[in-house]
Write a protein that binds this ligand. Structure first.
Ligand SMILES: O=P(O)(O)O[C@@H]1C[C@H](O)[C@@H](CO)O1
Length: 315
């Protein structure tokens, strides 16, 4: 009988906790084993010791859109670096602060800077702050992002209401909910067909028409990045019903649906996508930031008014 010697991989112990990889376990399962309900509670307690008020609205700022936090009054700013177990944003155009205060009459918590899978974080890590904000008391999530225009009718500077999404990492087996499901966060098999709240969509359309802003409404495609897309990929996204493309949002909205947030999603179209081989233009992040900053005021006004209308009519 031959003796089987264990290879280094076979003899690697399965980690008890912590974000280091274990043999055979999906990275999101490891993340979810680390960010347990109790750990999220600890983070929430840490924040509540600094911030005495309960936020109703949670906001995630996309690339170049963090200026929204400047409108918040009675502000308390907590840098991510000060929050236990919080990741940091490493992307230009994303700061790393959790900003609390009042926006148009309601208490808000605003992520001034988000996390993307291409930074090296799992989709579960990118999205876990959504659970923190929900546990802090927020019931409404406003998610914003910069995106490329896949729909040929879209122009740079358009604002698109997200009515639905194509979550490409999920379709490839990378869902932030993979791993143990703690029912205190939400159900094992959450429905996401209404992840973007229908009433919020109509509320926002009314607000936009008051400001004579012509909103687009479409399907956001969430890809992994950090490459922008090939021409073939863009043409495929359009064939599949996609209108805009980006590298964030979908995993956040998945966790938001899981934990019972009502979500409003807004994508700012910062660049055209390539769709034929004669185009010489290529998207660049500097343009994404430039257009976001240029259009930030318009987006901020819509969000400001939306919060006012949630205050007046919470349902
Ligand atoms: O955080 P968002 O989705 O707004 O940022 C987009 C996607 C990439 O991070 C970056 C590409 O320019 O902008």
């Amino acid at each position: 009988m031959s003796h089987h010697t264990r290879s280094p991989i076979e003899s690697t112990p399965i980690a008890e906790s912590g974000p280091s990889a274990s043999v055979g376990e999906h990275p999101n399962a490891i993340t979810n084993r680390f960010y347990t309900y109790e750990r999220v509670q600890d983070i929430v307690s840490f924040i509540q010791n600094i911030v005495p008020t309960k936020p109703e609205i949670a906001i995630i700022c996309g690339s170049g859109l963090g200026g929204l936090a400047e409108l918040i009054t009675d502000k308390i700013v907590i840098p991510y670096v000060d929050i236990p177990h919080f990741p940091r944003s490493t992307v230009v155009g994303h700061r790393s602060n959790l900003v609390f205060g009042v926006l148009n009459g309601l208490y808000v918590v605003c992520m001034q800077g988000r996390f993307h899978p291409y930074e090296g974080y799992t989709t579960a890590t990118c999205a876990f702050p959504v659970r923190v904000m929900r546990m802090l008391g927020a019931h409404t999530l406003i998610v914003t992002c910069a995106a490329g225009g896949v729909n040929k009718g879209y122009s740079v500077g358009d604002i698109m209401l997200i009515k639905d999404h194509l979550n490409f990492p999920n379709l490839a087996g990378n869902n932030p909910l993979i791993g143990h499901n703690d029912e205190r966060f939400g159900p094992r098999f959450p429905p996401v067909g209404h992840a973007y709240d229908r009433q919020y969509l109509s509320k926002m359309k009314q607000i936009a028409s008051k400001h004579s802003v012509e909103l687009r409404e479409g399907v956001y495609c969430g890809l992994g990045g950090p490459c922008y897309e090939t021409i073939a990929e863009i043409n495929m996204l359009r064939l599949l019903g996609g209108d805009a493309v980006g590298m964030s949002t979908v995993h956040e909205v998945t966790l938001a649906a899981h934990c019972g947030f009502r979500t409003l999603g807004l994508a700012l179209i910062t660049n055209k996508c390539l769709w034929d081989y004669d185009t010489t233009y290529e998207p660049v992040h500097e343009d994404v930031i430039r257009i976001s900053e240029l259009k930030a005021n318009e987006l901020q006004q819509l969000i400001y008014d939306f919060i006012g209308s949630v205050k007046q009519n919470p349902t």
